[in-house]
Design a protein around this ligand. Structure first.
Ligand code: UFG
Length: 329
């Protein structure tokens, strides 16, 4: 039986596919390559190019392959972009999930691991955030992921499709050997942008806002290494294979770092000055997002290896230095 990874050519997807293949799983990847890179997909996986919203295409994949479980990464995930183009997000993210669930139902596939997000919480009521806490997104991206969680809940009740929603906090880093990493066009995430400045590809970093209710006024985020995240998906598949009920888990490190602290850490790792200017707030950004990940550690037996942002940045820097133009190199 195979595990189907939707969006397996993307940043988190490709690291998860790599881990699955290396642990002996039979892996099928579907990706429309709108943001992913085919060369990021492990040669040990079977690759189908196509869109999760294309039901006919998805039917072919499910007919050709003996799929036992699905890991679903195929979604748009850029907060500022979602503020400008909300319909694009609801169409791809929510629409894609509905098609997927239709096809899973038809083919009696009842295990789904889903990339959810800290963005489903919006501005938290307390920090660190626990799974039952209020979910009130501040941007369409987070709203789309919350809608998807709700759709899966009803489909579990009606059709018995079991799911694990993994609510990621801020993902960063790369495979330590530098063979896989983050490659977005355009890049909007803090860590790769800082590294582009360190490498001289950009003139300076603009930090979006220093008037948040945090110690230094800049936003605080909880960084988790992409390899640790990949491992959590593998554990979540086992959790469902063992007959456990559907549920959500936070995946973070339980420690918050401000944007200024991240800049300082990157200056230390790279040895570069990394010029910075302070700019206005970016629309849709919550001030602080920090996870309580106790449940994932206790119930999934998740044991993140990276507990230090400098180590996370180091792996991203290692990837960047080997691939300054991403997968084009
Ligand atoms: N930031 C800057 N300058 C930049 C880029 C980012 O100051 O050039 C700031 C942002 O304003 C924010 C922080 O860096 O305060 C992190 O921003 P990112 O764009 O790296 O990440 P987000 O927190 O917006 O979102 C990421 C993922 C989402 C996920 C969220 C969960 O992209 O999918 O983390 O915390 F939902």
């Amino acid at each position: 039986m195979a595990i189907l990874v939707l969006g397996g050519a993307g940043y988190i997807g490709s690291h998860t596919v790599d881990r699955l293949v290396n642990t002996g799983s039979d892996v099928v990847v579907v990706d429309n390559l709108s943001t992913g890179h085919q060369s990021a997909v492990s040669e040990g996986a079977r690759f189908y190019e196509g869109d999760v919203r294309d039901q006919e295409f998805m039917e072919t994949v499910f007919n050709d392959e003996a799929i036992d479980a699905v890991i679903h990464f195929a979604a748009f995930s850029i907060v500022p972009e979602s503020m400008k183009t909300p319909l694009k997000y609801f169409d791809n993210n929510v629409g894609g999930l509905i098609t997927l669930l239709e096809v899973m139902k038809k083919h009696n596939v009842d295990k789904l691991i889903f990339s959810s997000s800290a963005a489903t919480y919006g501005e938290p009521t307390r920090v660190p955030i626990e799974e039952p806490d209020r979910q009130m997104p501040t941007n369409p991206y987070g709203e789309s992921k919350l809608m998807m969680e709700k759709i899966m809940r009803w489909c579990d009740q009606a059709y018995g499709i079991k799911f694990v929603a993994l609510r990621y906090f801020n993902v960063a880093g790369a495979k330590p050997d530098g063979s896989l990493g983050e490659d977005h066009h355009p890049e909007t995430h803090l860590v790769p942008i800082i590294l582009e400045v360190a490498a001289g590809k950009r003139d300076q970093l603009t930090i979006f806002g220093d008037d948040y209710d945090t110690d230094d006024g800049t936003c605080v985020r909880d960084y988790v290494h992409v390899e640790d995240l990949a491992m959590a998906h593998i554990l979540a598949v086992s959790y469902l294979e063992n007959g456990n009920p559907s549920r959500s888990f936070n995946l973070g490190s339980s420690t918050g770092f401000s944007n200024l602290q991240m800049l300082q850490a990157a200056r230390k790792v790279t040895g570069q000055a990394i010029p910075m200017v302070m700019g206005p707030r970016r629309a849709g950004d919550p001030g602080t997002l920090v996870a309580a990940s106790k449940e994932a550690c206790e119930i999934l037996n998740w044991q993140p290896e990276y507990d230090d942002v400098e180590k996370i940045i180091q792996t991203a820097w290692n990837w960047y230095q080997q691939h300054p133009n991403g997968y084009e190199d």
